[in-house]
Design a protein around this ligand. Structure first.
Ligand SMILES: NC(=O)C1=CN([C@@H]2O[C@H](COP(=O)(O)OP(=O)(O)OC[C@H]3O[C@@H](n4cnc5c(N)ncnc54)[C@H](O)[C@@H]3O)[C@@H](O)[C@H]2O)C=CC1
Ligand SMILES: O=C(O)CCC(=O)C(=O)O
Length: 527
């Protein structure tokens, strides 16, 4: 098997390339390319490791015909079109903790630099002015710090600010009272934060809800003389409104590490005496860059080589330890999804995925993804377990995962039931000898079969002579039978025959099989 190929397209600590090689990937480091150059190259790669410069747009993803995974060495993934990547079946991962301390420290540095106007004083002192009377600062002790966003970075900032004897209040709709208590912050609504904070620092992702959270209107609600820090994302603040607020004195000072447009070559804020900035340096420490480079390379290589999934934003996590245990189940799950998708006709409304016995101990989400991938492959051949859940939801399918800890007749079992216009249809399978997937039930009929290659599903009246007739028909048409599996509801009732053949069965043979005496249904299947 050839090695997975990875492209590192942004400047990254060299440890990343080393880890990729050690973990069995071929790696190219090609940074600073234009989108056109990247588009021309990306088709060669299975993995893409980026920071914030590479923009993974739909055009890039369309050209990335082999791409399986994108890894962001950092936190914010607003430079990746995740819904589009999901639609293409590409896993997107980030490294959610590797640079959080560093970024929190940058926010604290910005708070201190604003309080004492250090950059401005430094510039003029080095210019030989000795402007001792021009820089009257403020103490941070006893001041109120308003956090907008109290996740990983926000809570580290809170801890550091408490060490500086600041009172910390936070607006974060997802912050629970218990967590607020734990990190020692007072949870408030946004208007209260704006009215009370002497310093405001932003630590949210850029989303439709957070875009322009410090809008002109909200800046007007701030305490007069507030100082504002943004080390999260440009786009959280209306920059033109902030420039006006700095001019009017409503905002006494602002420190931005991030801008609406980056690289920021021009801004209404540039040149204002009470404005300072850095060029998106929040994560730029040796420690953080080693952390995120190691982490992203470990995660991508683990996925490409072992199937382990860590810190994915569009797929459930799966440890490298669990991946081999899950692998035979994934095959079984995909086959059961595929079988039920090929056999169940009409409008599918729901799908229940049940895990019983040993299967109930495993993560449900990957199994669900594999069942849905098998099922949805009837509708699109670019489906995989990343995009299948999205496609299934798009089609309005109600998806339920159910676990039964108690063993039934089998020590491990997966059952897939779909709801159709004509009622529920269910298939079930188990593993023989730990890793051999086997179908054990089809629409209420017990039958044991390996689902593989080309198969023929026949429902007929259980009467003598049928097996001879179907055998002769296939033989006369030069079709060799590989396996032959039988089941029936009751003696003399409905019987099911599932046989595997060495080649696709032509339509005319299917028609002839339909015309055999006692036959109710004939369907060719493929796995
Ligand atoms: N300047 C830089 O170099 C860096 C910037 N960042 C940025 O910092 C951001 C925060 O990172 P983490 O703290 O690790 O993320 P996180 O996911 O741990 O925390 C984000 C917090 O924002 C909250 N939030 C979401 N929507 C909100 C809303 N509408 N209003 C208020 N709060 C809301 C969430 O509940 C969560 O607690 C990242 O999304 C990234 O964009 C991260 C690293 C480096
Ligand atoms: O990679 C960088 O320098 C930026 C880090 C960042 O913005 C992030 O991790 O969200």
């Amino acid at each position: 098997m050839s090695k997975p190929k990875v492209l590192i397209s942004d400047k990254m600590d060299p440890n990343a390339a080393r880890i990729f090689e050690e973990r069995g990937c071929d790696v190219d480091v090609i940074t600073g390319e234009t989108p056109e150059e990247l588009k021309a190259r990306i088709g060669e790669y299975d993995g893409l490791a980026i920071r914030s410069s590479t923009k993974v747009t739909p055009e890039i993803l369309d050209a990335a015909t082999n791409l399986k995974v994108i890894g962001r060495a950092g936190i914010g993934v607003d430079n990746v079109d995740i819904p589009y990547a999901s639609g293409k079946g590409v896993v997107v991962m980030n490294t959610p903790f590797g640079n959080s301390i560093t970024t929190a420290e940058h926010a604290i540095a910005m708070i201190m630099a604003l309080a004492r106007q250090i950059p401005q004083a430094d510039r003029r002192t080095q210019a030989g002015e000795w402007p001792k009377n021009d820089f009257m600062g403020v103490e941070v002790t006893g001041k109120t710090l308003g956090l907008i966003g109290a996740g990983n970075i926000g809570s580290i900032v809170a801890a550091r600010a408490q060490g500086l004897k600041m009172k910390v209040i936070a607006f974060d709709p997802f912050l629970t009272e218990d967590r607020a208590l734990e990190i020692g912050v007072e949870k408030v609504d946004l208007d209260t934060l704006l009215a009370r904070a002497d310093f405001i620092t932003l630590h949210t992702p850029l989303t439709e809800e957070t875009r322009n959270i410090l809008s002109r209107e909200n800046l007007a609600k701030t305490k007069k003389g507030v100082r504002i820090v943004n080390c999260a994302r440009g786009g959280l603040i209306d920059e033109a409104a902030l420039a006006d607020a700095l001019d009017s004195g409503q905002v006494a000072g602002a420190a931005l590490d991030v801008f609406q447009t980056e690289p920021a070559k021009d801004s209404p804020l540039f040149g204002k005496p009470n404005f300072i900035c850095t060029p998106h340096l929040g994560a730029s420490t040796t420690e953080a860059q080693v952390n995120v480079a190691l982490q992203v390379a470990e995660q991508l290589a683990d996925y490409l080589v072992n199937g382990g999934v860590t810190n994915a934003l569009n797929m459930p996590s799966l440890s490298a330890e669990e991946a081999p245990k899950l692998r035979p189940y994934m095959k079984l799950a995909e086959n059961l999804g595929s079988l039920v998708g090929q056999l169940a006709h009409g409008n599918l409304t729901k799908i229940n995925i049940e895990r019983e016995g040993a299967a109930a101990e495993l993560s449900g989400k990957p199994i669900e993804g594999a069942v849905l991938a098998g099922l949805m492959r009837q509708y699109s051949d670019t489906v995989n377990m990343v995009n299948a859940p999205f496609l299934a939801k798009e089609r309005g399918l109600d998806i339920r995962s159910i676990r039964h800890e108690k063993e039934g007749a089998y020590n491990t079992l997966l059952r897939v039931t779909v709801g159709t216009d004509s009622g529920d249809r269910s298939v079930a399978g188990t593993l023989f000898g730990a890793d051999a997937p086997r179908l054990v039930e089809i629409f209420g009929v017990r039958i044991e079969a390996e689902l593989d290659g080309h198969m023929l599903y026949i429902v007929n009246e259980d009467a003598p002579g049928f097996i001879g007739r179907i055998g002769s028909l296939l033989g006369e048409n030069g079709i060799n039978i590989g396996t032959f599996n039988l089941g029936r509801r009751a003696a003399g009732g409905e019987a099911v025959l599932l046989l595997s053949v060495d080649q696709p069965i032509p339509d005319e043979v299917v028609k002839k099989a339909c015309a055999l005496e006692g036959v109710k249904t004939v369907m060719p299947l493929a796995f």
